[in-house]
Design a protein around this ligand. Structure first.
Ligand SMILES: C[S@@+](CC[C@H](N)C(=O)[O-])C[C@H]1O[C@@H](n2cnc3c(N)ncnc32)[C@H](O)[C@@H]1O
Length: 294
């Protein structure tokens, strides 16, 4: 903290260095406390940008501000909050096993390192066109303003990126249920179904399968993967994402052992239903799938 604010206002170079380290695999024994300050910095930036949300929660409107004007006090409050939270976690759930954090793109082998995992707990993006990266705009804009690296190309690299590339991915074969869905969407009579939405869905499914494959290679035999996923709607078509995932994970070397499903009381799809008139209701379920690496 002292180094970050050594001249009274935020030293953007030190802040950029701190965030660079937090978003790469570099780091030493002091990594924990440093990452805590990095995260406090981003939280303070979000507060300073005062994001406001319309109907789409993932598209915040933000106020621009000079990073040098980020108040030291706000960062300090966030650091204190972070320490309190970390202590509470450590006391409530004392670690029983060695844990390792790695940041990376889940569809790339290099993100997993050499060690093999026994357990995967994941909630991949839903097939809902939520733009998770855009939702982090206050933090990303701040990082860009101080010259920190690490955010380039994130939107394109998301599983289910809204930015559909012009590259033709239709030659990559998908398993039959996925292929059937893509065909149904391509033939749907609504605008953009063929030119945009079917490509978006295909890319999403390819992204999930690629991640499932990389996960399988990064895990020990008999490892478990617990996956949380929510159903989705395309206009009047209900998309059973759990069924698609079973098939995609199955191809990648995982067998489903158990599944739990829960009704979702309200969702963004409900909102879209009334807006566009494609359906009366949007019943949705959230699923937890337990896979075993076979
Ligand atoms: C449904 S959210 C789950 C959020 C998570 N449960 C949490 O609490 O942060 C899906 C997350 O997957 C991330 N994601 C999308 N594509 C990814 C990729 N290729 N590699 C790693 N994460 C990705 C999104 O940015 C988003 O944070």
């Amino acid at each position: 903290m002292a180094k970050l604010f050594r001249h009274g206002s935020l030293d953007t170079e030190s802040a950029a260095e701190l965030l660079d380290r937090a978003t790469t695999l570099r780091g030493g024994p002091d990594r924990g406390p440093r990452d805590l300050v990095a995260s406090a910095l981003l939280k303070a930036a979000r507060m300073r940008a005062r994001p406001t949300f319309g109907t789409n929660y993932t598209w915040p409107r933000t106020h621009r501000f000079s990073p040098r004007l980020l108040p030291r006090k706000t960062v300090a409050v966030q650091v204190r909050w972070g320490i309190r939270h970390a202590k509470w976690i450590a006391e409530t759930w004392p670690p029983h096993a060695k844990r390792l954090f790695r940041l990376g793109d889940s569809s790339q082998s290099r993100s997993y390192g050499e060690r093999k995992f026994d357990l995967v707990l994941t909630s991949p993006p839903y097939l809902s066109r939520l733009d998770y990266v855009r939702a982090s705009f206050p933090e990303i804009e701040f990082m860009g303003a101080i010259g920190a690296a690490g955010c380039e190309g994130l939107r394109e690299r998301q599983i289910g990126s809204l930015l559909v590339s012009h590259e033709d991915s239709s030659r990559d074969d998908l398993p039959s249920k996925s292929e059937f869905l893509v065909k149904r969407i391509r033939r749907h009579r609504s605008k953009g179904s063929q030119s945009y939405y079917s490509k978006f869905v295909r890319n999403y499914l390819l992204g999930i399968r690629k991640t499932a494959t990389k996960l399988a290679s990064a895990c020990n035999p008999r490892a478990e993967a617990w996956v949380v996923i929510q159903d989705s709607w395309y206009k009047d078509l209900q998309i059973r994402t759990d069924v698609l995932l079973e098939e995609l994970f199955g191809e990648a070397g995982w067998s489903v052992r158990r599944k739990w499903s829960f009704k979702v009381p309200s969702s963004l799809s409900e909102l879209a239903a009334t807006t566009h008139g494609w359906r009366d209701k949007s019943p949705l379920e959230e699923h937890v799938l337990r896979f075993e690496r076979t």
